[in-house]
Design a protein around this ligand. Structure first.
Ligand code: FCB
Length: 446
């Protein structure tokens, strides 16, 4: 079983970028080494009952020590680019001074990638907020946005000459809502009014940081990574249609509309006014500063019916296929989501910055036969291709993930990698999906 695209696909042309993605906390380990400060995920992991099996990020994939080998692994997959994230607590101390040792790690890694002909897509924030900032209120504290801008200035000044693309944030939805409204991610707070305020400060931080990133790294693209699920109504009933509209507004439009139209969705004023954050004059203009791209992370869809208390309630569909993390496999939904966004907005170029599947992989005689993941990738890569054919400007696709890693609240129990990681030995084994992805990439005329 292989991954194929139509022969005339734009995705097979040399200027379409294929890559693999990871994030600092999920792979690096070494979370007390070389002056790395504690982050909110260290604290969350240490809180009983928060992370499956009590797993933590102290070793993870030991990438902090194995980075050189990992660059060769990335290269062997035939990708054009690698999407990584920088750990803020590694590179800046509590006073805001650079931590040379942490910076050296990223400088070495990035130079090694470039020396191997791999483009670098760096994300400045993939959820590892320094704990000392959380102690002052984290993303609920507007000050954090200004601290973030200082951090972004520092790191882009240090690494700006090598990085091809900067994303300010990964998934404000998860960082703000799962972290401050639902509480299943760090820092584990759960109040309805917290999530939106945290989101506003994250979006503000994004906008505040843009001028310095551009000045420090003038040849790089600068954007932000959002995550979206395609949201369906469970039936044609008008109340279920309304439920889906509410969820679409809260989960998706709440994040893209301020970036592209300098406003939060109007529906909130009428239906959920308590969800509107405190906004200071000028904030929306800062948030909507121009960007070069939007990164889109897509995994699944959901179905919603009306609920008197919460306005929507998710229902599971029968007779569909789910991955090991319980997410419905719905490539058509991906295609629809991209096309809908393109109709709703004057979009900047898009990159698919994450897409992938968790499978209950096992390794037998040195082989991992992850058939479901191969099918998942085949469906979703072709959904992207169809969206491009329909007119959506998509410039790249990154598979999540280079290798199995720390899957947040699920710990190490969910495997998303194209490469299998044996956490006892740190041995990496490319899965069948990794080979299928590589074969697709190598089949291109470069
Ligand atoms: C996304 C995260 C990424 C990974 C995947 C499965 O929400 O950005 O770190 O955990 O989900």
């Amino acid at each position: 079983m292989s991954i194929t695209l139509p022969n005339n696909s734009i995705m097979l042309k040399p200027d379409f970028t294929f890559g693999v993605a990871t994030a600092s906390f999920q792979i690096e380990g070494a979370n007390t080494e070389d002056g790395r400060l504690p982050c909110i995920w260290d604290t969350f992991c240490a809180t009983p009952g928060k992370v499956f099996n009590g797993d933590d990020g102290s070793v993870a994939c030991d990438h902090y020590h194995l980075w050189k080998e990992d660059v060769q692994l990335i290269k062997s997959l035939g990708v054009d680019a690698y999407r990584l994230s920088i750990a803020w607590p590694r590179v800046m101390d509590e006073q805001g001074e650079p931590n040379e040792k942490g910076l050296l790690f990223y400088r070495n890694l990035i130079k090694e990638l470039k020396a191997n002909g791999i483009k670098v897509f760096a994300t400045l924030y993939h959820w590892d907020l320094p704990q000392h900032l959380e102690d002052k209120g984290g993303w609920l504290n507007r000050e954090t946005a200004y601290r973030y801008a200082e951090y972004a200035n520092l790191i882009t000044n240090e690494l700006g000459q090598w990085v091809d693309s900067w994303a300010t944030f990964n998934e404000p939805f998860c960082a703000a809502l799962l972290g401050y409204e639902v509480g299943v991610h760090a820092p584990g707070l759960a109040k309805p009014e917290y999530g939106r305020q945290a989101a506003h400060h994250i979006l503000l931080a994004h906008g505040l940081a843009l001028p310095a990133i551009r000045a420090n790294s003038p040849t790089a693209d600068v954007g932000i990574v959002l995550n979206m699920n395609r949201i369906y109504a469970a039936s044609d009933k008008s109340e279920d249609q309304f439920a889906a509209l509410v969820r679409e507004t809260l989960d998706n439009q709440f994040f893209i509309e301020p970036l592209l139209k300098a406003q939060y969705p109007k529906l909130l004023n009428n239906v959920l006014p308590h969800y509107l954050p405190t906004i200071l004059p000028g904030d929306m203009e800062i948030i909507a500063r121009s960007i070069d791209f939007i990164g889109m992370n897509f995994y699944t869809c959901n179905h919603n019916e009306y609920d008197e208390e919460n306005l929507y309630r998710e229902v599971k569909k029968e007779n569909v296929e789910y991955t090991d993390i319980g997410w419905e496999i719905a490539p058509q939904a991906f295609n629809e989501l991209l096309i809908n966004l393109n109709e709703q907005y004057d979009l900047p170029p898009m990159y698919i910055t994450e897409n992938g599947a968790a499978c209950a992989d096992t390794i037998e005689a040195g082989k991992v036969d992850d058939d479901q993941r191969v099918r998942y990738l085949q469906g979703h890569i072709n959904a992207v291709n169809d969206a491009i054919t329909a007119g959506v400007d998509i410039r790249g696709y990154f598979a999540w993930s280079l290798m199995d890693n720390f899957e947040w609240a699920e710990g190490y129990s969910k495997r998303f990698g194209l490469t299998y990681v044996d956490y006892e030995t740190q041995e990496r084994t490319i899965k069948r999906s990794g080979y299928a992805y590589r074969d697709l990439l190598l089949s291109r005329q470069k």
